[in-house]
Design a protein. Sequence first.
Length: 209
Amino acid sequence: MDNKQQLQEGLAALGLNLSTAQQLLLLEHASLLQKWNRTYNLTALRRNDQIISRHILDSLTLLPYVKEAKTLMDVGSGGGMPGIPTAICRPDLQITLLDANTKKTAFLQQTVIELGLSNVTVAAGRVETIYDKKVDVVTSRAFAELADFAALTKHLLNENGYWAAMKGVYPYEEIEQLPANIEVVSADKLDVPMLEAERHMVIMRPKRA
């Protein structure tokens, strides 16, 4: 099955009805990842036949968790996951892709230009140095353990903001180690089409005083 077929089957399984233009952009992102990965080491994935399931479809599992959001920051974005696929599906959502690695931010900038994503901004730097933005949702895919993720990015959340942390296996220990001022809203098992590995989405927010 080629990338196009994998994407179409995966979108159907996720219940996503995307335009042909959006599907082409997702495929273009996948091909840019494949092209630049050898040089820029954007992802540990070496098998091109898994790029749709492990990166594109996996990223799209974020969509139900950001339905009401207007702004989002993808911390440690790397190759643009989950930020770029989310931006393609939600052109109304203003997204910042943040990474400390300048090679990766160069790739992100080039990808945003090539895909014509006017709702995406790329920022280079360590997360603790970014103080000029407040967003509805801060997300990441395997950026850090939950307690560290929350501590490093809390200043980025606006008044009603929350975290959407994309995880592999259920993070029992990480949840137990969260400080008392962070509450877990939900921790859902995700079903990513054509992906045999476990995936979970942990939604957290600062406890209201």
